[in-house]
Write a protein that binds this ligand. Structure first.
Ligand code: ADP
Ligand code: MG
Length: 607
């Protein structure tokens, strides 16, 4: 008996004693090895007709002997190959890799562990193989970590037969299920549905005996995999209904997706992707329970059901699959390289999604608007995230309401219809469109003929701050700046009012652009009033305050009244100032504070 090489020994022990819950992946590993072996012979057959065959992977179940057998007619292995390939792990990177903060669970699940995965379910593994172009077959046999034997054997044609003797069925290691035709069929569908070669099995079915009402069992060979995945089929050969059906069956979602698209290789990595925009956000989408991700396949073999790394957070609402022939199933490749490949793949896909949304905005605006209404908050979050690292990529696919009417508009559209003398982009934020519409500053801006973007999402104002500008135009809140005061009399009035408000505002200033209102509230500096409201609703933002400025409209009758009172009755002016401040708070959607005092002052002024 020969000993396994040290690393193999360790991996083998890991498998034998595995508490990994997903032991079922052993079949995926064996089938993908069979497929690789057929690929190799298929390649030779392109130039050597002797090598061509009806390529096939056969599965057999024997429930009396408790064996599962996987048979391929691929390239096969000679004595030396068996020794090299099954006695050693090609690359000791495996364990370095393992050290890099992945648990066994993640490691096995995501990248597979190859041939040795058999030992999770089998206590004896027999491999009978004959290499293409040789006359002798060999048998490799092992019952675990003790070692293995290689002896001459028999096999008609080239290829490999792998026989697993299943471990006894037990509570924590259920193996009986792998003797069920139905279960094996299910596993092939789940992991190996898109293997290019037919995976066949002799299956039991029932039928009516001819001419009678009695049922009889019969056996027939069935192909278990569908082979060509929908995303690899020629787009012109696939009907829209097929794409929708695929979506419904894969994601159990009866709502028709808003949109779907396919993507192919961009740059150095080869991949096919099929991506859907669900017709409705999952109920938990905006919670931390939600798990985003695309299904990752390597050459038709499922590696991971939800690969988070393939989608940025802000596109987390998308569903779909990515299939790359450049990813290998083998964990023994360097982790670093895998990460780099995955990153490159994710970058390519991200770019493709953005270009698809840009295209859709132009070709089917209605659909894009539906998508944006459902997922816009998420996309806007992408602009804001990481200090705006992605803002340039995303700035053209975000939409806003504006003073121009019901329609959603993009920043590009806003800029394209700016008046020649307008050189800034204006926005106003508030809880609802109606409250923004009534803001004094908005009224003033509209009176001047300028369009104002209406921001109602919590994230909006943060997005604007991060963007800063678009197309060279500064993005600014409406009515930020007060006017310079030349009249000394007014200066004194403003000082008096500031003092009367007793620290509630930093300053009282003039602003003649606030429409029909006598007063309004703005903020100076980085934190706006809306941001103050939002931040104070978050556990981390409590106590953050905007620097408040009250602005008054020098042409308003009530301000005329204030001017008079400044000369005649400073007590009443104090009350009026408090009323103006209260009104400004109300208009800004803020809490008025001491409401009794406000009402009393108001009554006093009216009576
Ligand atoms: P990987 O497939 O990632 O290389 P595995 O542990 O799955 O790692 O397999 C180890 C090696 O054993 C393969 O690279 C291949 O050379 C050989 N091998 C396994 N199964 C077969 C098979 N059915 N036919 C031919 N060679 C095989
Ligand atoms: Mg393999």
């Amino acid at each position: 008996m020969k000993k396994f090489k040290a690393e193999s020994q360790r991996l083998l022990e890991l498998m034998i004693n595995s508490i990994y819950t997903n032991k079922e992946i052993f079949l995926r590993e064996l089938i993908s090895n069979a497929s690789d072996a057929i690929d190799k012979l298929h390649f030779i057959s392109l130039t050597d007709s002797n090598a061509s065959r009806d390529f096939e992977i056969k599965l057999e179940i024997d429930d009396k002997a408790r064996t599962i057998t996987v048979i391929d007619n691929g390239i096969g292995m000679d004595e030396n190959d068996l020794e090299e390939n099954l006695g050693t792990i090609a690359n000791s990177g495996t364990f370095k890799f393992k050290a890099e903060n992945k648990t066994d669970e993640e490691l096995i699940g995501q990248f597979g562990v190859g041939f040795y995965a058999s030992f999770m379910v089998a206590d004896k593994v027999t491999v009978i193989s004959k290499k293409y172009g040789t006359d002798v077959a060999y048998k490799w046999e092992s019952s675990g970590s003790d070692g293995y034997t290689i002896t001459p054997s028999e096999r008609d044609d080239c290829g490999t037969t792998i026989i697993l003797n299943l471990k006894p069925d037990s509570e924590d290691n259920k193996t009986d299920e792998y003797l069920s035709e139905w279960r094996i069929g299910e596993l092939v569908k789940k992991y190996s549905d898109y293997i290019r070669y037919p995976i066949t099995m002799l299956c039991t079915s029932e039928r009516k005996k001819e001419g009678t009402d009695e049922w009889e069992e019969y056996k027939e060979v069935r192909t278990l995999n569908s082979r060509l995945p929908i995303w690899k089929r020629n787009k012109s050969d696939v009907k829209q209904a097929d794409y929708i059906d695929f979506y419904r069956t894969k994601y159990f979602d009866m709502t028709e997706p808003f949109h779907y698209f396919t993507a192919k290789t961009e740059g150095a990595l080869t991949y096919n992707a099929l991506i859907y925009v669900p017709g409705k956000a999952p109920y938990d989408y905006y919670t931390s329970d939600y798990k985003r991700g695309l299904s990752l396949y390597a050459n038709g073999v499922l590696i991971m059901e939800k690969c988070e790394d393939l989608l940025p957070d802000y596109f987390g609402f998308l569903r779909g699959i990515v299939d790359s022939s450049d990813l290998s199933l083998n964990i023994s490749r360097e982790m670093l390289q895998k990460d780099r490949q995955l990153k490159a793949l994710a970058a390519g896909i991200n770019k493709r999604i953005i270009s698809e949304f840009n295209k859709l905005m132009a070709s089917d605006r209605e659909t894009y608007e539906k998508i944006f209404l459902e997922y816009g908050a998420s996309i806007k979050f992408g602009v804001y995230e990481n200090f705006g690292a992605k803002k340039d990529e995303l700035k053209d696919i975000i939409l806003f309401r504006s003073s121009a009417g019901e329609k959603l508009i993009s920043l590009k559209e806003y800029v394209s219809r700016m008046a020649p003398e307008q050189n800034e982009i204006y926005y106003a934020s508030g809880k609802t469109l109606a409250s923004i519409e009534r803001m004094p500053q908005v009224e003033g801006m509209k009176a001047k003929g300028n369009e104002v973007l209406y921001l109602t999402d919590q994230i909006d104002e943060f997005v604007m701050k991060v963007l800063g500008e678009y197309d060279g135009k500064k993005i600014v809140p409406v009515g930020a700046a007060g006017e310079e005061v030349k009249d000394d009399n007014l200066k004194d009035l403003l000082t008096f009012m500031t003092e009367a408000l007793d620290g509630k505002v930093k300053d009282v200033r003039l602003n003649s652009n606030i429409g029909s209102y006598p007063s309004c509230l703005t903020a100076e500096g980085e934190v706006s009033l809306e941001m103050e409201r939002i931040l104070n609703n978050m556990p981390t933002g409590k106590g953050i305050k905007a620097t408040r400025i009250m602005e008054i409209n020098p042409t308003h009758v009530i301000i005329d009244m204030a001017k008079d009172l400044f000369e005649s009755d400073k007590d009443r002016l104090k009350k009026l100032t408090n009323i103006l401040y209260g009104e400004a708070l109300l208009l800004a959607g803020l809490d008025i504070g001491d409401s009794a005092e406000f009402v009393l002052s108001l009554n006093d002024m009216i009576s």
